[in-house]
Design a protein around this ligand. Sequence first.
Ligand code: ATP
Ligand code: MG
Length: 231
Amino acid sequence: MTHTLIQARGLSAGYGRMSVVRDVDIGVDQGEVVALIGANGAGKTTTLLALAGELTPQQGEVHFLGKVTHSPMHVRCRNGLGFVTEERSVIMNMSVADNLRLAGVGPQVAVEYFPALEAIMDRSAGLCSGGEQQMLSLARALGREPRVLLVDELSLGLAPIIVTSLLEEVRRTVDERGTGVLLVEQHIRQALAVADRVYVMERGRIVLSGSSAAVAGQLDDIEAAYLSGPS
Ligand SMILES: Nc1ncnc2c1ncn2[C@@H]1O[C@H](COP(=O)(O)OP(=O)(O)OP(=O)(O)O)[C@@H](O)[C@H]1O
Ligand SMILES: [Mg+2]
């Protein structure tokens, strides 16, 4: 039996009284990587913020681990939610090792995810490359063994080879541990290569969803219709 870890039902959310996303139904099961794609401004980050508890739903509800939740983000995080946000969330003037320790993740655990971190443990995070910083962010999040991980634009501005290695590590962890991952990603083809399912968002609504294979098969049309520019 599949087990849905996090789910939005009829979710509307936004800022002040303005709704940015409307009537969104989206869910992630155990052991799944789900991609959420859409043009700039479509409402992807807003959706993640509402799922995480950082934004209160204007309508609808969020279910987390089988129950409706109204708890704030830090409580959800204590109960098994991980969130890698759009801003690189590493502390720049601390070493890689101290960034890990602050998250309660041992340096040796992080190295199991990304061996490249071993050589830079004592380096100040601010001096690390963008890819190294994102390895650190992801190692911190995965090392806490979340049940559900929300990932917003992990690979913004990174070289394709780094994007692939970050996403493959996410996939491997999901397969090993049964985590559920919701991935917002601009590198659509690479996201589809690791995702099981995809939601396409346009102007705050889910306009399409399906298996990665089905979406990949009509990607040119989808890009032309929904992803070509700011909505
Ligand atoms: N704090 C805020 N206050 C008011 N409006 C906001 C705020 N944050 C985002 N918005 C607006 O909400 C809409 C959706 O933004 P959101 O960040 O969710 O989009 P996105 O799909 O993540 O885009 P991107 O791909 O550029 O990250 C945009 O029109 C944006 O201007
Ligand atoms: Mg965003």
